[in-house]
Design a protein around this ligand. Structure first.
Ligand SMILES: Nc1ncnc2c1ncn2[C@@H]1O[C@H](COP(=O)(O)OP(=O)(O)OP(=O)(O)O)[C@@H](O)[C@H]1O
Ligand SMILES: [Mg+2]
Length: 286
C-alpha cells in the first residue's frame, strides 16, 4: 500500500527528540494541524526507537486518516522488532464509528485513554498520534481533553507557524517539544483523503478474505447507546464494529438488520464471543 512504501526524509532536529524520548521514556502525544507531518514523524520515531532497542507502543487516535488501524477506529500496536514494523497493522482496535472527531469529543478522549492504558502494560515508551483538529473550541477541547486524560510526559508539537500556541499555553508541567513541520509535508486534497480511506477499507474487506455471517441475540449500539433494531433504520453497507463488550474484535459491513438478528460480511474468522454490534454513520456502499 502506498502509505506503507513512502520514503521519509528526516529533519535534523528529530535526532535530539529521539534521544530525549529514550532518556526519559513515558507517553508522548503528537499534535499538529492537518498535513503537518505528524503521522510521518510518528512512523519515523517508531523505526528509530525500535532499532535502538526501545520497545514502543503506538496508539493511533486519528480516526480520519488512520495510519495503523482502519479509519473510524482508534488502534494500538506494540513494536519490539523490525519485523513488527514491516507488519504495520493494528494489534488492538476500538471502533468509534465516525470520521470527524468533533462528532463526539468525549468518546474520542475516553477511547484514546483506554488504548493508552492498555499500551502502558506493554511498553515504557508510548507514542500517540492524533487528528489534525486543532482550531476552534472543538480543537482545543479535544487536544486538552486528551492531554488531561492520558497525562503524557511529552507533547510533540508539530507546527508551521504558531498554530498550536493557543493550546500549548494551557499546558503546565509537561515537557513540550516544539518541532517545525517538515518542508516535505504535503497537503492532501479532500479527494485524496477519501481515496485513502477507500483503499484501506477495500484492502480489509477484500472479497477473498470476507465471509457472510448471521448473529442473533446480540446487543446493538450506536454512538455509545444501546438500541433495539426497531428504533432505527440502518442501511446495507453500514460499517459495523464486532465487539466483545467494549473491545472491538473486527469490523464488518451490514447486510441486513432485523429484530434481534443481523447479517454482515467480515474477514473475522469466528464470531464466537461477539456479544455487541456497534453501528455507525459510515456507509461503504454510498
Ligand atoms: N519528512 C517527510 N518526508 C517525506 N514525506 C513527508 C514527510 N512529512 C510528511 N510527508 C508527506 O506529507 C503528507 C502529510 O504527512 P502526514 O500524513 O504525516 O501528516 P499528518 O499531520 O499526519 O496529517 P493528518 O492530520 O491528515 O493525519 C503525506 O503524504 C506524507 O507522506
Ligand atoms: Mg496523520
Amino acid at each position: 500500500m502506498e502509505h506503507k512504501r513512502l520514503e521519509i526524509i528526516p529533519e535534523p532536529e528529530w535526532e535530539s527528540l529521539i534521544e530525549e524520548l529514550i532518556a526519559h521514556k513515558g507517553t508522548a502525544i503528537l499534535i499538529g494541524a492537518t498535513d503537518s507531518g505528524k503521522s510521518t514523524l510518528a512512523r519515523y520515531l517508531i523505526g528509530k526507537l525500535v532499532s535502538k532497542n526501545s520497545v514502543t507502543s503506538f496508539v493511533d487516535s486519528d480516526i480520519g486518516q488512520s495510519s495503523l488501524g482502519l479509519p473510524g477506529t482508534i488502534s494500538m500496536k506494540t513494536f519490539k522488532t523490525d519485523r513488527d514494523i514491516e507488519d504495520f497493522d493494528a494489534e488492538k482496535i476500538l471502533f468509534i464509528g465516525f470520521l470527524n472527531p468533533a462528532k463526539n469529543i468525549s468518546l474520542m478522549i475516553d477511547g484514546t485513554k483506554k488504548m493508552v492504558d492498555s499500551a502502558r502494560k506493554d511498553a515504557e515508551l508510548i507514542l500517540v498520534d492524533t487528528t489534525g483538529l486543532i482550531h476552534g473550541e472543538y480543537g482545543k477541547a479535544l487536544k486538552i481533553g486528551k492531554i488531561r486524560a492520558i497525562t503524557p510526559q511529552h507533547i510533540i508539537a508539530v507546527q508551521r507557524y504558531n498554530e498550536l500556541e493557543h493550546i500549548l499555553t494551557m499546558i503546565e508541567g509537561i515537557k513540550i517539544h516544539r518541532i517545525e513541520a517538515s518542508r516535505m509535508a504535503k497537503e492532501r486534497s479532500g479527494e485524496a483523503r477519501i481515496r485513502y480511506r477507500k483503499e484501506r477499507f477495500d484492502e480489509y474487506f477484500d472479497n477473498t478474505k470476507v465471509a457472510e455471517f448471521l448473529l442473533d441475540g446480540v446487543s446493538f449500539f450506536y454512538n455509545t447507546k444501546q438500541f433495539t433494531s426497531k428504533e432505527t433504520a440502518f442501511k446495507k453497507g453500514t460499517l459495523i464494529g464486532l465487539n466483545h463488550n467494549e473491545d472491538t474484535m473486527a469490523l464488518g459491513i451490514l447486510l441486513e438488520l432485523e429484530n434481534t438478528s443481523i447479517t454482515f460480511k467480515s474477514p473475522i474468522k469466528s464470531v464466537r464471543g461477539i456479544n455487541r454490534v456497534v453501528l455507525s454513520d459510515i456507509n461503504l456502499y454510498e
